[in-house]
Design a protein around this ligand. Structure first.
Ligand SMILES: [Fe+2]
Length: 529
């Protein structure tokens, strides 16, 4: 159609439907992606929802906050206009009056006369006698049900959640951890590896329809950090293992991923999107630093295979020269400065929550015939075992020089440190040492659904055997579980932090039971035994 004819048609239709355009006919609206709150401070909270309307026109949403579930007294309220440029997400940073600090408050949204469900949340308390956090990672929708989220949403003693990353995965059906997806009716949407803005938005939307994820978000405030899969596997500053040249520019892809991330997550957006490190200060009890280890500074991961010749000879010297290069970053100079400036006092527990394992971990000797049966990408285990190398060079083990810098900053200033990690899909409790000096305990949360290490060996080695062998090999590893899915809680009191590793017995059915795999009591300056 020629442009002028098209314009004529448009103006004619406006003439005929003009009355309708300005009438007060209400659109059909739904809040089908739930509601969420996050990034609490002592006086503000992010409130989030998404409006699904029956057309693409901009829409005005209102929000209300009350100290009671019946919304008798409104303690904060306002309006927010959203449109297709924000993918119809609604995100407001709401000031909460100081007299409600740390108390449970309720919130809801309204649009076109439709009201959302009610969510519960809280700002950070001033001087609580205890504060309990729940930690999650690696929630892979096609791999199974988010029963861990459901269990945590029912635990009224949890004050705040922290998701340390892999909140969603980028793969299509048929790729990683999608074996049960058809049976569970949890195939990835869209059915392609997500690369464009629209892809990332659709994937976020799918995750946000999950009832257990919605239950968690509507019950507690969450602090969230991305790991690699929110963008793509093994991401670093300028690339990723799962980004190929035929998928376009990595820079554009990571901007697409982050635009969708900040639209769809209940998180406060920093001035520079990539510099997404944050601090949450819970009075004088807990001082949480949530770090960013992927996109702001990370140097490319070392590929061990590059140091193995065709004849199978390991090029040791070259490998260690690269590994120990002082210029290799994970946090980068600016974030290390942030850590230095916010390292906190000995009064509070200084918690460093981040994505990848801080402890150095080595594989025990696994028989070669078992490794032969593993997929190609795990064949490098043979060299790892023979040469006694750390097995995960995507974790801090691949950045030893910066790890030393980080631990020097943290260890010389405070004695009440606790490190948190995700990413591995398994539970770990480690003593973190710097030159044989204890710096703090590290606790790593199991995945919500992504498969664990024992599944890597397809039953050829039992999880118990593997756990025992890992403990024997790594003297600073005090406990591990390589079999179960779940989450981690830490209940902080001034002189003791009680950690519980909680497992769900299934992710293949919504009918599940939880059990405590391990309880670890942590006291300042005391190594785990
Ligand atoms: Fe993961």
């Amino acid at each position: 159609m020629e442009r002028r004819n098209f314009l004529k048609l448009i103006s004619l239709s406006i003439l005929f439907v003009g009355l309708n355009l300005f009438s007060s006919v209400k659109r059909s609206v739904k809040f089908k992606h739930g509601i969420a709150s996050g990034d609490p401070t002592d006086s503000s909270i992010i409130l989030w929802t998404r409006v699904t309307a029956d057309n693409n026109k901009k829409i005005l949403a209102t929000y209300e906050v009350s100290d009671t579930k019946d919304f008798k007294d409104i303690i904060a309220s306002g309006q927010y206009q959203t449109d297709k440029n924000k993918d119809f997400t609604v995100k407001v940073d709401v000031l909460i009056p100081k007299n409600f600090r740390g108390k449970q408050i309720f919130y809801r949204f309204k649009a076109e006369g439709v009201t959302s469900k009610i969510g519960a949340t809280t700002t950070l308390p001033q001087s609580p006698s205890n504060f309990k956090i729940a930690i999650f990672s690696c929630s892979n929708y096609p791999a199974g049900y988010f029963n861990a989220y459901n269990a945590a949403s029912k635990d009224n003693s949890i004050n705040m959640g922290i998701h340390v990353g892999d909140y969603l995965y980028e793969y299509k059906q048929g790729e990683y951890a999608t074996e049960n997806a058809v049976q569970l009716n949890r195939q990835p949407i869209p059915n392609k590896e997500i690369t464009t803005l629209n892809d990332y938005r659709l994937r976020h939307a799918q995750y946000k329809t999950d009832v257990d994820l919605q239950a968690l978000h509507s019950s507690i405030p969450m602090a969230c950090a991305w790991d690699d899969h929110e963008i793509t596997n093994d991401a670093w500053k300028d690339g990723a293992e799962n980004h190929q040249a035929n998928e376009g520019s990595f820079n554009i892809r990571k901007r697409n991923a982050l635009k969708a991330y900040f639209e769809w997550m209940p998180v406060r957006e920093p001035k520079n999107q990539f510099k997404n490190w944050k601090r949450y200060k819970v009075g004088n009890l807990v001082d949480i630093k949530l770090l960013e280890t992927r996109l702001s500074s990370r140097s490319e991961q070392i590929k061990l295979t590059k140091y193995i010749t065709k004849e199978g000879i390991f090029l040791k010297e070259g490998f260690y020269k690269t590994l120990n290069n002082k210029k290799r970053n994970l946090l980068g100079k600016e974030q290390l400065n942030f850590v230095k400036e916010n390292v906190g006092s000995n009064q509070a527990w200084n918690v460093y929550a981040q994505q990848v394992l801080l402890a150095s971990l080595k594989l025990p000797s696994i028989p070669s015939d078992i490794i032969d049966m593993l997929p190609d990408y795990q064949q490098y285990y043979k060299t790892v075992i023979k040469e006694d190398l750390p097995y995960n060079l995507d974790a801090w083990d691949g950045y030893p020089s910066e790890r030393e810098k980080f631990l020097k900053i943290v260890g010389s200033t405070s004695k009440k440190n606790l490190f948190i990690a995700g990413d591995t899909h398994n539970c770990w409790a480690n003593n973190i040492m710097l030159d044989d000096k204890f710096v703090g305990a590290e606790l790593a949360t199991p995945s919500v659904t992504s498969p664990g290490a024992s599944e890597n060996f397809n039953g050829m080695i039992s999880s118990k055997q593997l756990e025992n062998a890992m403990m024997l090999k790594n003297k600073n590893l005090k406990w591990t579980n390589l079999a179960d899915r779940g989450y981690l809680t830490i209940n902080f009191k001034p002189e003791i932090a009680t950690t519980e590793f909680i497992a769900v017995d299934t992710i293949s059915s919504r009918n599940y039971k939880t059990k405590i795999l391990k309880r670890v009591e942590i006291t300042p300056e005391q190594e785990l035994t």
